[in-house]
Structure formats: C-alpha cells, structure tokens
Design a protein around this ligand. Structure first.
Ligand SMILES: [Zn+2]
Length: 322
C-alpha cells in the first residue's frame, strides 16, 4: 500500500540519498574483544572484576519451573530462541594497598575453550600473579578453583595462601566423603583434591571462620546450599560495602524474577533456594552493592525489590574511578 502512494520522483530521491558518498573502502574488523577487566573503588579499596569466559546454560538445568515459565522469562531478555541462556564466569581482585586478594580463580584449563582468561585479564589490569597473597574461595566447583594451578601443576599464584570455609574443605577433601560419593561425583572429588594439592602440600590451604574478619573490613559470610560450605565475602571499608556472593544466582534473567528456581549444580537444592530468597530480600532492603560470579560481566550491581518475592538487577555503570 505504501509503495503505491510513492511517486517515481520520491523513489528516485530515496535512491539518491542512499547512494554511497565516498569510494568503496576496506574497513577491517578486529575480532578480538577488549581485555576483560573492570575497576571500581569501594571506600579506600580498589576492586577489579576479572572475566574468565562465558557460555550457555541449557534451560533444563533449572528446577521448579514449568517449561512455559522458563520460555516466557527467557524470551523477554534473550529474544526468540530461549533454549539456552548466557552465563559468564567472573573472579574479583581486592587491592587494599597492602594485600592483593583474589576471590575465586576462574576455571583455568578445566572448563575448555573460551575459559581460563582470569590470568590474562589480571595481567592486563596491571597486576602479576606473584602479587596475589590471598585467594578466597566461595566454594570448590571447578569454575572457581581451576585457575589455581598452572599447566605444569604448580601454584599459579606462587605467593598466595588459599582460604575456604571449614565445611567446604571437610566436604571436598575428606577421603571418607569421596569414597561414599555417587559415581558421577567421584571425578569432582578427585578434581578438587588434585587442584588444591599444590597449596595444601605447602601448608597454604587454610580455613576461615565465619564471624571472624580475614582482614580489617573483610568478613566471610555463610551462604550454604549450592555447596555445603558455600560462602560470600563482605567488604566494608570507609562507609561503603560490597558483597561478593559467589553462586547465589546463576542466571540473572531467571533467578532475580524467580528466586525459587534451583539449578542442577546445587548440592542441597532446598537450602540453596532458602539462602537465595533470604539474601536477596536482605541486600535489596539494605541496598548492598553485589558482585556475582555468574552475572553478566562485570557482574556488579544493585538489586531492588519488584513486588514481595521478585527482584530487578541494575548493573553498575562504566565510569571514572572515584
Ligand atoms: Zn559457579
């Protein structure tokens, strides 16, 4: 209908406007992404998010939701092909000026192509692995510990002591637990043992205690369910706070609107869901800045309540350090 109303002159005018204004040229496309790091200040402390990689989750990993709910929620944010959802793997560096603390190490060589970029991005951010003196683990899944070890089996952070919660250490490194684990879990127990050995053998694997500060203004927080000793870390410096919450949320487009959705990776699904529901309510009310291991890079932002049981994520913006 519209075409019929156009006159020949208008069509000619359109053609003239669309004509190239310069001779054809070649504009190369550089297919390399910019380095995956992002910096911000939290009080007097500098925090750097480090990108390890990203991939997709099949929707059938999510529990307690009808296929219709999953399709509807994901289609809203991911377009017309909601069969899979994107997730990234993020680690975080805390530079206090006296300590360089890495929270989780990324997957190293354990997650396959596209992952294991934490080390490269740490260097790109201006640091050296030898400067890291503490590695804090939220938990011991391979996407959080794989980067601890270099290709030749040595500690990738040669001067670092690795810290995890006592329940997490007990769960994964107990020979008795490993021997009683289901056959499909055996490989995970072996992986944890092998990955932590370069530190444990040198006396550089230690447990932290909930309620006791690791450093002034840096507290471990018990957030169990995803794994038995899953933990977060609250940094509170100069009146500003950020909570590094590990795997409380795997996919922001689903689990903020539906905190009741579990994921197949949870070792205790009910407990993981209760922990998420309680924490989301608390951090939304307290307006706590969040740093998440699997929220789209850099994984830092705020939550606000959207009704009684749902939440919305507002990512932090890019800007100068203040
Ligand atoms: Zn994870």
């Amino acid at each position: 209908m519209m075409m019929k109303s156009l006159t020949g002159a208008a069509l000619l005018l359109g053609a003239a406007v669309l004509a190239p204004v310069a001779d054809a040229q070649t504009v190369p496309q550089d297919k390399t992404q910019v380095p995956g790091y992002f910096k911000l200040m939290v009080g007097d402390v500098q925090v750097t998010a480090l990108y390890d990689g990203s991939s997709t989750f099949p929707l059938n990993l999510f529990k307690n939701a009808s296929p219709e709910t999953l399709q509807r929620e994901v289609a809203e944010v991911d377009g017309d092909a909601p069969k899979v959802v994107n997730g990234s793997v993020n680690s975080f560096l805390i530079n206090t000026g006296e300590h360089l603390i890495l929270i989780d190490s990324g997957g190293g060589a354990l997650l396959g192509p596209g992952f294991g970029q934490v080390m490269r991005n740490l260097r790109a951010a201006g640091y050296q692995p030898g400067q890291v003196d503490m590695v804090l683990l939220t938990h011991m899944h391979r996407d959080h510990i794989g980067g601890l070890v270099s290709d030749d089996g040595q500690p990738a952070f040669p001067h670092a002591t690795v810290y995890a919660s006592q329940p997490e250490i007990d769960y994964w490194l107990s020979a008795e637990n490993a021997s009683h684990a289901a056959p499909d879990q055996q490989a995970a127990f072996q992986m944890v043992k092998r990955t932590l050995a370069p530190y444990a053998d040198r006396g550089r694997l230690r447990a932290f205690t909930y309620g006791k500060a690791l450093l002034p203004g840096l507290q471990p927080v018990s957030l169990p369910g995803h794994t038995p000793g899953h933990s977060g870390f609250m940094l509170d410096r100069g009146g500003q706070r950020i909570l590094f919450w590990g795997d409380i949320v795997h996919y922001s487009a689903l689990q903020f609107a539906h905190p009741e959705l579990g994921i197949a990776y949870d070792s205790d699904s009910g407990r993981a869901i209760r922990t998420r529901e309680t924490l989301l309510k608390q951090v939304a009310r307290q307006k706590t800045l969040i740093a998440g291991a699997h929220i789209t890079f850099p994984g830092i932002g705020y939550l606000r309540a959207d009704g009684d049981t749902a939440y919305r994520w507002t990512p932090i913006g890019f800007g100068e350090l203040r």
